[in-house]
Every structure is written in structure tokens, then in C-alpha cells.
Design a protein around this ligand. Sequence first.
Ligand code: BTN
Length: 266
Amino acid sequence: MTQTHELSPESVLPLLQTQRYGRSLRYLDETGSTNDDAKRDAASRAPDGHVVVADTQQTGRGSHGRTWSSPQGTDLYFSIVDRPSVAFAELPPLTLAVGLGVAEAVETLLATATSNPVCRVKWPNDVWLGGKKCAGILIEANAAGTELDSLVIGIGLNVNRASFPDELATTATSLYAAQPGEGLIDRKRALCVVLAAVERWVDRFVSEGARSVTQALEARLALLGQKARCGDVVGKVLGVSPSGALRMQTTAGVREVIAGRLTSLP
Ligand code: BTN
């Protein structure tokens, strides 16, 4: 008898509390990148909310051309197909909406509840736990002419990884590593909790607009009030504007940064 995998539709669907996300679910033991799979499924008219989840990725992608370490059996690697009615120009804050959802979900999954946010969104696409990265988001858009056809929202969440390769050891963490002694986290439950929270925030972004996202972000923005660098801009992080740009106080005044990698400075 073949054994059902913990991330297969038979295991996940009974726990799902979403309207759209994951109702159509494709599980793969192994793949290159779930973003590529989801992109192909979107082109074949997969339903809105379709999810591809894999147990391991051989060529998992991150932003800025980096790879996403995706070992087998420990973490979550998945991509959501969404078809929001949003114009291309309005898309940038959507990554932050997804980040808010992932951060909320991570707090739900941690064993100890806290009233202060312990999970932060690091502009534009990282989720931090205790000052280290526990999740990354990679959103890719598929166009139909000048219009948006679909989005692929790729999420990598370090769930049960106990150790990281040398190059990630000082900057990365997992839910398991962040709460020693609490044991492993059920990945199918983690997937369902993340899908529900991300769906809620994306729907809120679409129905209420970017300001609902950027306002909620104020309580969760990593490096807020601290000195940081983004590209050639150095200054204090002030917040995020409704366009999704990062606001920084520099010696030459307030600058709005639309892309780049944010790093903290002493
Ligand atoms: C980043 O932090 O740079 C973004 C990382 C995104 C990784 C996820 S894992 C699932 C999906 N498939 C990919 O190839 N990338 C995303």
C-alpha cells in the first residue's frame, strides 16, 4: 500500500480553512522550483488559489538571483496562483501583504503566545524571527498583453530545520530552532495556517487598498527607527509608503526607495 505524504491533498485538505488558497493542490515529492510549476499550471488555466507544494526543490529561487536552500522533509516550499483584479502599478505592496500574513501565521504556530509581535517583516520580502530570516517571498507576475493575468506567490518557510549551511548559519532560523525544546511542527498544519493568513491579507489588500497593509506593517516592520543601507541610500528607516516604497531619513532629506536589499548598519 502506498503511504500518503503529509503534504499531499488527502492530508492537507481536511485541515484547510481558506476560501480559495489550496482548494486545488498539487503535491510533488521533488521539483526544480514550485514557482515554475505554478507558472505552468497558471498558463494551463489552473483555478484561482491553486497551490503547488513540494517536499524538496533542486533549483529553488530567491530574489536578486539567489538560490533558496530547500532540503527534503523539513520545511515548506510552495507557490500560490492568484488572479487579483489589481493593475501592475499597484502590485508592489502586495509582497508586504503576503509578508504580514506569513508573520501572523508564524506567531500562531509558535508554541508560546506573546502579546508583542516577535515576527517581523523585513522590507520588501523577508520574514524575521528573533532578528533572523525564517521565510522569504518571491512573487512573479504573468502578463496578458498589458494586463495582469496571474501572480505566482512563492513562499519558503523554514519550519523544522535544525541547522543551516555555514553561509546561512548567522542569518537564518526556523520555527523549530527558534523555540528549543518545543519539538517538531506539523508541516501540514503550518501550510494551512500560512495559506489562511496570506489569503486574508491579500484579499484585504485587494478590497481595502495598500494603506490597510502599510498601516498594519508599522507594528511589524523590521529595522524601524534604525540605521540601515538600501543600495546607495543610507539613513534611518521611517516606514513604508502606500506605494510600497521604503521611506528613509537621510542627511539630504526623506528618500523613498523602491527596490534593493536592506541591511542594518551599526
Ligand atoms: C527570498 O527570500 O529571496 C525569496 C525566497 C522564495 C523561496 C520560495 S520556496 C517556494 C518558491 N519556489 C521558489 O523557487 N522560490 C519560492
